[in-house]
Design a protein around this ligand. Structure first.
Ligand code: PLP
Length: 371
């Protein structure tokens, strides 16, 4: 430690870096990671792809990530049934960087972003970093959006970007397609962009539709996605957006040159080639999620509807005590969202069993076991 006081921007004084605790405990269910590591086959493919890229690391990577964007478009065609040109797909180091680039391009002094609370805690930080205002409108008590209120807020505040998160983090709430469309149409009246953050889209339940379906009809709509969750690739740092090609062109103006390394581009394409295998594990996690919701309800907890790979449950008078009690038993979850609630990411069957017994111990509740 030194006594040096660097010339930090005034509004950053006292701020702390974002991040949940990274603790080395047996059961880590706090940052919505996918618990399944890459298969031996995928590890072999990644290794070969990196070896191939390694021989060319003296050169800058493809600035436009042409191959990766084509592979992402192919994935969307095969698994979501949407036809998009690679020119309408953009990739960066995690969807966090995608969102940051969107706000670099569209935010700025005098401009406002609108979100719906409780929601992802990074949004105000992207706004802070890009000198953009951030406003929120509250969700209903069940965490769904009040669409009348949302469209009214869009008309009143004229946000340059409206952030719709579906499924929402930390609540797990999905947004019906018709509501996303209503808000997108309202935003178009003043030339605003709507971003649907679909970081957890692949975990959605049957009957929930992706906003990708709306893209062709609404050029002011942007859908962001990530390989961090469904693709079990959080360590690789790959996120992407799908939008009108004009949005991609806007983001290309503010991206740092060569922002996506040759190694990242290669390993991302290696995983996309095994999308089928990776999405099979997502189905297992969806079942585990539904079982967790059912169990929590039977145990007497309140549980928010979840279309994601995590569950928000409560309510606790002292959630920190519950969080700490679980941690003492080797289970790390997240104090996230509104005070009386806790969020648990869906892990393996064994991890969830450990979570359940630790939770019962800590809360001293009994589950009614059916005969
Ligand atoms: C996890 C998450 C992301 C994705 O983060 P990456 O940078 O792609 O790892 C984006 N939005 C939300 C709401 C998330 O929870």
């Amino acid at each position: 430690m030194t006594a040096y006081d660097p010339p930090l921007r005034d509004e950053l004084r006292g701020e702390v870096p974002y991040g949940a605790p990274q603790l080395d405990v047996p059961v880590r269910l706090n940052v919505n990671e996918n618990p399944y590591p890459p298969s031996a086959g995928l590890v072999a493919d990644i290794t070969a792809a990196v070896a191939d890229a390694a021989g060319r690391l003296n050169r800058y990577p493809d600035r436009e990530a042409t191959g990766l964007r084509a592979d992402l478009a192919k994935y969307l065609k095969s698994f979501e049934g949407v036809d998009v040109e690679p020119a309408r797909v953009w990739a960066a180091n995690g969807s966090n960087e995608v969102m940051h680039q969107l706000l670099l391009a569209f935010g700025g002094p005098g401009r406002t972003v609108l979100g719906f609370a409780p929601t992802y805690s990074m949004y105000p930080q992207y706004c802070r970093d890009t000198f953009t205002g951030y406003l929120t409108v509250d969700r209903r008590p069940d965490f769904s959006l009040d669409v009348e209120l949302a469209t009214q807020a869009v008309r009143d505040y004229r946000p340059v970007v409206t952030l719709l998160t579906s499924p929402n983090n930390p609540t797990g709430t999905a947004l019906p397609l018709s509501e996303a469309e209503t808000i997108t149409v309202a935003a178009a009246e003043h030339g605003g962009v709507v971003v649907v953050d679909e970081a957890y889209a692949e975990f959605r339940r049957p009957g929930t539709t992706s906003a990708l379906q709306l893209l062709d009809a609404h050029p002011n709509l942007v859908v962001t996605r990530t390989m961090s969750k469904a693709f079990a690739y959080a360590g690789a740092r790959v996120g992407y957006l799908v939008a009108d090609a004009a949005v991609v062109d806007a983001v290309r103006i503010v991206r740092l040159p060569y922002h996506l390394s040759a190694v990242t581009q290669a390993v991302a394409s290696a995983a996309l080639a095994r999308a089928g295998e990776l999405l099979a594990a997502v189905a297992t996690l969806r079942d585990e999620r539904d079982a967790t919701v059912t169990w929590l309800r039977e145990a007497g907890f309140e549980v928010a509807e979840s279309d994601a790979n995590f569950v928000l449950f409560g309510r606790f008078a002292d959630r920190h005590a519950i969080w700490q009690g679980l941690l003492d038993r080797g289970v790390l979850i997240r104090e996230s969202g509104p005070q009386p609630w806790l969020r648990v990411s869906v892990g393996t069957t064994a991890e969830m069993a450990t979570f359940r017994s630790a939770l019962l111990e800590v809360t001293k509740r009994r589950v009614e076991v059916d005969a």
